[in-house]
Ligand binder design. Sequence first.
Ligand SMILES: Nc1ncnc2c1ncn2[C@@H]1O[C@H](COP(=O)(O)OP(=O)(O)OP(=O)(O)O)[C@@H](O)[C@H]1O
Length: 796
Amino acid sequence: MAPARGSRAKAPKAHHESARSLKRKRGEEELSSLIKRVEELDLKTAVKNFADLPLSEPTANGLSASHFKVLTDIQSRAIPHALKGRDILGAAKTGSGKTLAFLIPVLENLYRKQWTEYDGLGALILSPTRELAIQIFEVLRKVGRYHAFSAGLVIGGKSLREEQDRLGRMNILVCTPGRMLQHLDQTAMFETHNLQLLVMDEADRILDMGFQKTIDAILDHLPKERQTMLFSATQTKKVSDLARLSLTEPEYVAVHESASAATPSTLQQHYVVTPLANKLDTLWSFIRSNLKSKTVVFLSSGKQVRFVYESFRHLQPGIPLMHLHGRQKQGGRLDITTKFSQSQHSVLFATDVAARGLDFPAVDWVIQMDCPEDADTYIHRVGRTARYERVGRAVLFLDPSEEKGMLKRLEQKKVPIEKINIKSNKQQTIKHQLQNMCFKDPELKYLGQKAFISYVKSIYVQKDKETFNIKALPLEEFAGSLGLPGAPRIKFIKGDDTKERKNASWKMAHLSSDEEDSDDGASKKKKKKEEPQVRTRYDRMFERRNQDVLADHYSKLINDDGTLIATGAGPGAGEDADEDADFLSVKRRFVAGDEGLGQGGDSDSDSDSDSPEADTATKKVQIDGKEPLVIDSKRRQGTKLVYDDDGNAHEIYEMEDEEQFKARGDPNAQRERFVAQESARTREADIEDKELVRAKKREKKEKRRARERALAEEAQQESGEETGGLPYVPFEIPGSASESEPERDAPRQQEGPCLFCRRSQRVQRRRTSEEEQGKAAPPQIETLEDLEALASGLLG
Ligand SMILES: Nc1ncnc2c1ncn2[C@@H]1O[C@H](COP(=O)(O)OP(=O)(O)OP(=O)(O)O)[C@@H](O)[C@H]1O
């Protein structure tokens, strides 16, 4: 008998459905088996290989595709506890693999809970710096590539609006604290009530005073019932911190606690005693003798970094130089970290923004030109070399006054360090070249002055007075070593604010300007408020360069009458002066013979600058030893001059000899003729001007149209990609290796982003198979935009 109509069509559908339910069943069985294996995991037996851990298929595949096979000590000790949902306090030496120790549990614990986009934010990973957040995100992308979770990077640098749109659908976020709090406070659709895991990398830094308020505010937004994991090479065990985090019976995993040293055994550590005034020479000599190395040089502030970088660049040591500090633009910072990572031989001058967590491959040397504020900072800085079983060398430069105190601190923290001497035949001096360069280049001199001030400031605010003694430092010689003709004068303010600053951690004070995340916004606002409202063009000119940091040397050239030029010193004196006036005020002294900007006089009172009278004061400027030029701002009225072919200046209308004028005829007729001529000239000029305005408008319009056309084309291309392009997706939906496999999350794939996910899976599968066959390399992330595009692309 022939089958009834329609039954033939129904048969494959029924078959398909039963295959699907079979697969779903198999998926469920695998999941419950995984859950059981985790429950039964024996915490006493050390796990050696990732293959021996109860891990989901997507994580296992991600690890093997990233060539991770054997666990490091911290991973083997921490991951089993973390898989069971325990709170973790993880401490292990630098470069020992802490990142995977928290990323694997994050992926696995969400996977076992069958986390989907509808469940919202499942895990929050906090990093103290943007660079580290980016690095963590990249590792997450690598090992999590076969998972279906959406992951995002929230580190600022983009408009809040752009990030807001995506946040609501993220499962895992890697972020810096400041930006995170901004979203928690301002993004309406951003819910955190479901959060399962909170991770703090470099936890001791995140929990220290610099971030205290921000972290407390973030914690207020998070549910108390959650798993919390803290990791650092210098872990906090402070009870108060643990209480703040509501940890429940945390497992303290400190793998190297009983080790004889707090630093990797493959790291050779030395120090040289080099007087402050010789440090630059020593650094230069070191770089010149290590042109085939990769070196990170740590300095105490962004201004120091800029000065050393710029001056060494002028001197051309014969090796690529790079610099990294918190004041650089985000894109630039990422470029530099990428370039340095890829370089074989180069020198990176950096502030402590690069001290923690950054995993630059194959760094040979870490040089600490400026003494670190404490032993923990030392440990993190040297940790940029000798990572994961590689060898590395570190040298600390110490002024004789710092030697005793610092060695004591290092010994207390179990840091083995040996003294070495500089070979005298290798020591070169660049003092004279620097002086010459600073003399010729006011910009460089300005940087040198700023570097000097920021260094002195950094020493002044140090808490450890046993190591840092500002009175013992030869500041005049130090200024000379930077190429400056004398030490910029600095006056230390006594008062409540200074006291507060003195008691604060230097790192905090320093990082507040270096890191986007520090909460220095309020103080910036305050400074803005204090700016004097009326400032003349001359005030601004004088503030622009060199005026706030002038030396004794210059003051000797000032006239005996000591005529004072009062300008906006103190809180209102422009951005840079603001910073220095935070707790140090710079005595203003105007300079004679200072690259054409010389002035005379001395300002004894900072309040001079704040008073509006300062703007109308008489200014006396002396240029290259010539007679002082007196500028009375009350009578400052410009005269327009024209120059003839010989370069002589004339007023526009100069008086003619009266007799000659009368000889030319009736004065009234001459006047009328003159007026008529001038009116005709004005009309002509008017027509030209109007034509010019029209041409400019046309040009503007053209440009706008071109922009619109480009945007339209871009949009077209984008929509083309939506249907046929290859968007890259970091994570794959588990269990979807073939279309016929059960689709655990089938319903969600039918809506909005799910369509994208399915296509992405195909793309990802294609890429993966290509990668496996060695046909295609994983896409290179070159800019922050690439990286952010990954996160946004994932969410469609
Ligand atoms: N199991 C592993 N097998 C091989 N390499 C690993 C393993 N785990 C981590 N690594 C590698 O070791 C290096 C250091 O890892 P990671 O950056 O996680 O160290 P860390 O302990 O967080 O260092 P820091 O304290 O400086 O932040 C990285 O290059 C990483 O790829």
